[in-house]
Design a protein around this ligand. Sequence first.
Ligand SMILES: [Zn+2]
Length: 411
Amino acid sequence: MGLILFYVILIILISDFALERYLAFLNIRESGKELPALLKDIYDHEKYVKQQKYFQTNSRFSIITGSFSFIITMLMIVTGGFSWVDNFVQQYVQDPIITPVVFFGIIFFANDIIGIPFELYDTFVIEERFGFNKVTPRIFILDKLKGYGMTIILGGGVLAIIVKIYTLTPTYFWLLAWALITGFSLFMTMFYSQIIVPLFNKQTPLEAGELRTEIEKFATKANFNLDNIFVIDGSKRSTKANAYFSGLGSKKRIVLYDTLMDKMTTEEIVSVLAHEIGHYKHRHTLISFLVSMPITLVLFFVLGLILQSDALAQALGGTKASFHLNALAFSILYSPISLILDIATNVLSRKFEYQADKYAASQGFGEQLISGLKKLSATSLSNLMPHPLYVFFQYSHPTLYQRMTRIVQEQ
Ligand SMILES: [Zn+2]
């Protein structure tokens, strides 16, 4: 049985990599096609050449990073590398709770550290060459250290509690672990902007001036408290612009990147804000959270069933069941299901984007939203014509073309 699962794991990993490469190939082929009339004015000739170059550079780079991580994972599976790490850890710690935490810690840090050269190349070579990068070596190092600290405290802490629950009650493990994760993600959804974001960025209330006055007019009309609108210093890391809505209830907030301010007119910024308020009006954060609850429940239920199976540990080169080897094997075996769930999540997310656009259009911001979105695409050199299948699998937002045509129809 262990051997069968070993082959199943290999097949899953190979199919997953093949699918990823196939979608990327379709996308590359599609990118050279002529743009529809609606999109013709986004790039002038020179900018369009630059955009194509940026797209090709990123595509080539993702072939390298994707293949590298595929080869490393395959090597780890084929040579029984995970079981080797397990034996290594067991030489020093035998505690049923600390062992899994150290095991996953080693896997996480090893994986992250071998990825650093790729991150450096992406940030300081690719993004730099195309004029997007604002990250200094100092920011890069600080971000890494803060990220590691967070992973150790939050990731390590949650994992330790989950393993503890398992050792106390294998029977009700799934239910209690689910309750813990649900509580934790509810907490994170609510306090993310107050606890996590400040570690990396500064958020400031809107400054007095024309923009604040215009935003205030609309926010009051839409019944959205101005105190929940913040400007974030995105310019610290990149010239690319963005805006997002996060949180629930009284902890909700709309965050506008300072980079948005330099690029858009006041009316365009208000239209982006109207889109974000659309997310709030349609309760998108709450719905996403509720949808994730039963999915997590099923995940923990199945995990609970197979944590004692020796075959799973054997598939990774181990001899008998252990929390960490079984959980790791499960995460790979579960990935075809999570692929389907990811697609479903993206379908839902794209539907939410249309709803938020529709709300902004219904408030009279259709035209401004279109011109704002066009600027966002132009300044970040986005690929305007991704392959439909690539969009179906990977995009959390509809393409610019899809959004524009839909907004025009709805006006
Ligand atoms: Zn949105």
